[in-house]
Design a protein around this ligand. Structure first.
Ligand code: NAP
Length: 261
């Protein structure tokens, strides 16, 4: 029978395990573009792992994490599979709506036998007082707006074209400008997370009666809080499904544990 482990001994063993993992330094590719991806790269780099974060290159001035950065598409699942030959582990920490990249990650990991995990923050959960309508795609959101007269599109740059014909869209917010803007829309270029007081003020200033948002989860929920308080309709776009067989963790700490396991 093994000796009982005293608390102090257990603590030093766990430090030893962590230090030896750090000494061996895993080579990890993180598919990024989210706050969680940055947190993970910072954590793993601080623990001595060799992290390369991959960015699509859509944002002109992205917030960068510790470790190496590579930018631009891989050239499909095959291109990603080629890149995986240089790493041991793959973490897909892309945005919940970056479905194509996630599918490519699943295919490339399977083709190369690379252990792979999806870091995906949980979606939002409806609260008392919410007026939510869930729709399966951004394209379906336009026809779920009912008689809303002053709509705020908070879906980012992509997908705005689905609303290009709607003169009820009064406000569009994105980090980068969309390719098309609905005829009466005011564009705000801004990067979240946003303050609930600012969101309340924004809804009031533009007399918004409906918001279209993606179920991104995480810290951009201030708009949902403001909508709840003001009785504003929220048309919430559901996340695309994950590839079959995906292992999912909910935050950067769990993903770091997975890397070191
Ligand atoms: P997507 O539709 O799933 O991906 C389209 C293509 O962009 C992919 O096939 C891939 O090109 C390239 N790509 C995407 N993410 C990449 C990454 N992290 N590194 C290298 N190449 C990448 O993705 P998306 O919705 O356009 O999102 C692009 C990026 O923005 C992602 O990194 C995502 O995390 C971030 N983001 C997206 C949203 C959103 O609402 N979709 C919101 C916030 C942030 P190849 O096939 O050539 O490899």
């Amino acid at each position: 029978m093994s000796e009982p482990v005293l608390p102090s001994e257990r603590h030093s063993r766990s430090i030893y395990v962590r230090e030896s993992a750090a000494r061996s330094g895993r080579r990890v590719l993180v598919l990024g573009g989210t706050a969680e991806a940055r947190a993970l790269a910072d954590t793993l780099t601080a623990r001595g792992h060799h992290v390369t974060t991959s960015l699509a290159g859509r944002t002109r001035d992205p917030r960068l994490p510790a470790g190496e950065i590579r930018t631009g598409g891989f050239g499909g699942a095959e291109g990603l599979a080629a890149a995986l030959h240089h790493v041991e582990l793959l973490v897909d920490a892309t945005h919940p709506f970056a479905a194509r990249m996630t599918d490519h990650a699943a295919q490339a990991a399977a083709a190369t036998g690379t252990p792979w995990v999806v870091l995906r923050r949980p979606g939002w959960v409806e609260q008392p007082g919410d007026r939510w309508v869930r729709v399966p795609t951004t394209g379906a959101a336009a026809s779920a707006l009912g008689d809303a007269a002053r709509v705020f599109l908070a879906i980012g740059r992509q997908g705005v074209h689905h609303f290009g014909h709607l003169d009820t869209v009064r406000l569009v917010r994105a980090i980068e400008p969309p390719e098309v803007l609905p005829p009466h829309a005011h564009l705000i270029l801004a990067r979240g997370p946003f303050d609930p007081d600012d969101e309340r003020a924004l809804l009031a200033a533009h007399r918004i009666d409906a918001i279209v948002a993606k179920d991104s989860g995480g810290a951009t929920e201030a708009k949902l809080v403001a909508a709840r308080e003001a009785g504003v309709l929220v048309v919430l776009v559901d996340r695309p499904a994950l590839p079959a067989g995906a292992t999912v963790v909910a935050d950067a700490d769990r993903a770091a544990e997975w890397v070191e396991r």
